[in-house]
Design a protein. Structure first.
Length: 217
């Protein structure tokens, strides 16, 4: 996926989870943050950030914060909408006969439903932006929704679906993601139960650039 137009800035502060203050061309601008997670290890004062310039003249904010350079590591895409977009691009290149985003199953909306011949598949996508000592972790904040999705996938396996949880790794140099049990122990338990039931775990490594994100595997 490509961003239309991007610009660099310097992160200043984050008044709330929806907006940030960023220095752009010497002016302190209010920008929209395309990730409502904590991201405290990423959004540090004076960090270099990448912003997409909106083409909507009626918006209150002209810019979307989409990526950040982490000191000692490199560029991390933190756009929470990007994982599903690149996952759809990737799925269309696989050998499925049918791909449907946003599929209602049980009490949840699973990211993707696919068919291959008579076989039926479900895939839930999670974006990974948290890196610790060269390993990716998910989640970076408690996610009851994530636990619910894992339990729905576990049930779906019993009903004959091929089920997957796909971690889209929004940075380079990381090839695996572990459950962040320090932040959310229940997610780790749900992951163990899902894997034991037959849910497949995919680690989708990406090429990350300032104006694009693409799954390589």
């Amino acid at each position: 996926m490509k961003y239309n137009s991007t610009i660099r800035g310097k992160f200043h502060s984050r008044p709330n989870r929806f907006i940030a203050k960023v220095w752009i061309d010497g002016k302190l601008e209010t920008v929209h943050v395309k990730n409502t997670g904590r991201c405290k290890e990423l959004l540090l004062p004076d960090s270099d950030v990448i912003l997409e310039i909106s083409d909507n003249p009626n918006r209150k904010t002209k810019y979307d914060l989409i990526a950040v350079y982490k000191e000692g590591f490199g560029l991390i895409n933190m756009d929470s909408q990007a994982p599903n977009k690149v996952a759809l691009e990737w799925l269309k290149k696989q050998s499925y006969d049918y791909v449907k985003p946003e599929y209602t199953y049980g009490d949840s909306r699973i990211d993707f439903y696919m068919e291959k011949g008579e076989e039926k598949y479900l895939m839930e996508v999670k974006g990974c932006t948290l890196e610790i000592d060269g390993v990716g972790y998910f989640p970076d904040a408690p996610t009851e929704r994530g636990v619910k999705h894992l339990r729905e996938l576990t049930k779906a396996v019993e009903q004959g679906f091929h089920c997957m949880i796909a971690f889209v790794i929004q940075m380079e140099g990381i090839d695996r993601v572990l459950p962040n049990v320090d932040t959310h122990p229940e997610f780790g338990t749900a992951m163990e139960e899902a894997v034991a039931a037959g849910v497949q775990v995919l680690f989708l490594c990406c090429k990350v650039e300032e104006d694009s994100l693409e799954i390589l595997s």
